[in-house]
Design a protein around this ligand. Structure first.
Ligand code: DUT
Length: 114
């Protein structure tokens, strides 16, 4: 399979798994491929749900400038098994106050070098 620069492809792994209840499998890019070839996963981390029984696919995005050639057995991604924490959401009329408040998206990136 060839993934051209700027293109995406769903790469079949041939793998089907049955996760235990309360777990997910996270599919992540490999740093070596990212650095050397610009290969990433646009949905990273890809989520394999505990009730999924189909074939695991890896969505590859080639952000590099050259064709990326995928051959059988090539290690194009990595996976991490993770527990899924479940809780019951409660609707409230107001949230507790914190020092951050609604600050986000770079609001703390203001450190000055002495
Ligand atoms: O990188 C990925 C991401 C997902 N999947 C499979 C397993 C997962 O359990 C299922 C659904 O994934 P997700 O919940 O991310 O997809 P969705 O777009 O929300 O679709 P759906 O409505 O099928 O859940 O697709 C993969 O094989 N590889």
């Amino acid at each position: 399979m060839i993934v051209k620069p700027g293109e995406r492809a769903l790469v079949p792994t041939g793998l089907k798994i049955g996760l235990p209840a309360g777990y997910e499998l996270q599919i992540r890019p490999r740093s070596g491929l990212a650095l050397k070839h610009g290969i990433t996963l646009p949905n990273t981390p890809g989520t394999i749900d505990e009730d999924y029984r189909g074939e695991i696919g890896v969505i590859i995005l080639n952000t590099g400038h050259e064709d990326f050639v995928i051959t059988r057995g090539m290690r194009i991604a990595q996976a991490v098994l993770a527990p899924v924490i479940r809780l019951t959401w409660v609707e409230v009329s107001a949230l507790d106050e914190t020092a951050r408040g609604a600050g986000g998206f770079g609001s703390t990136g203001t450190a000055r070098i002495p």
